[in-house]
Design a protein around this ligand. Sequence first.
Ligand code: SAM
Ligand code: SF4
Length: 427
Amino acid sequence: MNVLDGQRMAGLLESQGLSRTEDPFESDVLLLNTCDVREKAEGKVYSELGRFSDWKREKPGRVIGVTGCVAQRAGLRILDRLPYVDFVLGTGSVEKVPEAVERALEGRRGAFLDLDRDSPVYQFRSIARESPFQAFVTVIEGCDQFCTFCVVPFTRGRERSRRSAEVEAECRELAAKGFSEITLLGQTVNAYRCPESGADLSALLERLCAIEGMRRLRFITSHPAFVTPGFGDVLGRQPKIGRYFHLPAQSGSDRVLSRMKRRYTAARYREIVADVRSRAADVVFSSDFIVGFPGETEEDFRETLRLVEEVGFATMFGFLYSPRPGTAAARWGEEGEVPQEVARERLSRLLDLQRAIQSRTNRGLEGSVLDVLVEGDSKFGGTLSGRTSCNRIVHFRPRPGRPVRAGDYVRIRIDRGLDNSLAGTPA
Ligand code: SAM
Ligand code: SF4
């Protein structure tokens, strides 16, 4: 979502006559688009800003703006603390970036921190997309879940869905321009409800699958509590929907899940996986886990390992718990705090387990033939890389005389399953 916000701001500034530079030190206007999800990301914002303080002072007229989630939550404090920052602009004010820059160029500082409560409407025609064939499209903004560890409801505001008709119009325009893969975005994308028709994510996905030119449709991130009974059927029926279901579990222990206020149990999570697999066998799962959440015992952590082992995720993101300002868990203070070295040791056990599972499942794909959307040069010289519908990275060398370009779909026979990717040959 931050990437898309960045593309929206770039597009709006380009229509105002600004152009891009690759080197930030050569720019006249510098925006730092920030993430607030973990403390480390927030810390990075202040160290990055420090790097540009001299640059800003060296030449009058240079502009620095801080945008995104850190700006939304700590905007006024940033303006107070860092006199060289010209403006702060939060997640609800992306469309105001031209005004913020214009005012800053006139020497006026400003804070743009309003958060909408209405269904979002944005200027999708002026987004500066980075790829000519892959696009992000927001369907729902904000979050009402208030999981006890998470800062997002404070930085992105209340949950609000875009109208289905508007989403469809944007996707149709994208498909007509050659965008063949679209990823629908939302913090809880499957809580989507069209404010006009009441259509849910299943209905929206089916509607978008009918668009000519649309070859792959993805959606991130889903919350287990909002998975509807018929969702597996929709995945089974619609092969255009990416065979990849990112469904963060966060923990395998019911005690921890309840302290996190996640509103599902590990058994319910297993049930969703089994149900989807019975209706769409080729869909793979991926997940997020937080390790070292306050009160997590060794037994709780083993429940997480059990869930990871049983489900066999295609990919998994493991995070050390990071206390965030304003959240319920941060208010618990030292109660139940897991020592850093214990949390780190658990995270490395979790990641080791996942690595073993991934290399096993990736090796299991050897010999199969998969459709790959080519994304560009691979890090291995002379080869290209792309992604399968199940979101695995594939490296391959094109056959002589059969040129392949980024944006093409090619059939690749998988020769080798590696830890984090696959290697193959055009079939
Ligand atoms: N909305 C998504 C969901 O409900 O799963 C997740 C959004 S969050 C931006 C992405 C991931 O960051 C979460 O799934 C969680 O694992 C991780 N995360 C969020 N807050 C965290 C915290 N305080 N400490 C560590 N990891 C955190
Ligand atoms: Fe954060 Fe996701 Fe929970 Fe919302 S549902 S509070 S975004 S973790």
